[in-house]
Design a protein around this ligand. Structure first.
Ligand SMILES: C[S@@+](CC[C@H](N)C(=O)[O-])C[C@H]1O[C@@H](n2cnc3c(N)ncnc32)[C@H](O)[C@@H]1O
Length: 263
């Protein structure tokens, strides 16, 4: 069964006023970027993986967006991420949902605290390009997989609408190398003949309003690239963002290659 498209999302956890304001601002703005995917990534995982009765590991789960959406369809699911603040938010969401077969833990993809051959699926949605040693992460995934188990990598590509806007204000941002990030590690660990590639799926992301999109790009430029833009640049950024307006929303495409390999 496929999930409903997430057409109504657009809300984020509001930032509480406290001495941890800066931390929470980070989480607030991070969630502008990580909450409002259309659910094509979740649907793709469901199409590729027969989850019923299976145990699943999501590596780099962030705040558990995908983990919690998949939980109703599998026996049990564990989401792990390096960032404790995201895991904390995800745990709150799970507590509110009443789901009992999902767990989130702080853990490094390159040092999984899991027994050998203990899970049926390992998922890497939008993660491997961020991991410092993708080879180590794929080796760990292989170790944790049962024989016959499967890895699914959703590998972000660099020619996203996002890059077109960021590049205008921060020239020379390094591009993702899909060979080094995804293809070589998978081929080395699973064997080249076992790796199947679904090329360039047009996954999409939306903001609930143009103002939210402007805020998200302001944040991205400042926090992720250290670039405080001038008011003239901001006006130009807003015109670029408006080019992706779709009714009241702003919809941008994040192309990704999807890789699947069985152990
Ligand atoms: C783009 S987010 C994707 C989040 C989630 N999979 C989703 O699609 O909503 C990438 C996540 O990978 C995590 N990450 C990066 N390096 C990691 C590592 N070595 N081990 C575990 N998580 C890592 C980051 O903290 C971040 O939450």
């Amino acid at each position: 069964m496929l999930l409903e498209r997430n057409e109504t999302a657009g809300s984020v956890i509001s930032a509480p006023v406290s001495e941890q304001q800066k931390d929470w601002d980070y989480v607030h703005y991070w969630q502008l970027w990580h909450r409002n995917w259309d659910n094509l990534d979740v649907e793709t995982i469901q199409r590729l993986c027969q989850l019923q009765g299976k145990s699943v590991l999501e590596v780099g789960c962030g705040d558990g967006r995908i983990t919690t959406m998949l939980a109703p369809y599998c026996e049990r699911i564990l989401g792990v991420d390096l960032e404790p603040r995201f895991i904390e938010i995800g745990k709150q969401r799970i507590a509110e949902s009443g789901l009992t077969n999902v767990e989130l833990k702080v853990m490094d993809a390159c040092r999984l605290e899991l027994a050998d051959e203990s899970v049926d699926f390992v998922l890497f949605p939008w993660v491997l390009q961020m991991v410092s040693d993708p080879g180590a992460a794929v080796r760990e995934a292989y170790r944790a997989l049962r024989p016959g188990g499967m890895i699914v990598v959703i590998g972000l590509l660099s020619d996203a609408d996002y890059d077109r806007i960021i590049d205008r204000f921060v020239p020379g941002v390094p591009r993702i190398d899909p060979i080094a990030c995804y293809e070589e590690p998978l081929a080395e660990v699973f064997g080249v003949s076992k790796v199947e590639k679904i090329p360039d799926v047009p996954f999409a992301y939306f903001f609930g309003s143009k103002e939210t999109a402007y805020d998200a790009f302001d944040f991205a430029l400042d926090y992720w690239y250290g670039k405080k833009i001038s008011s003239a640049d901001r006006a130009e950024m807003q015109v670029m963002v408006d080019g992706y307006a779709d009714g009241q929303k702003v919809r941008i495409i994040f192309p990704a290659s999807v890789y699947v390999a069985a152990k």
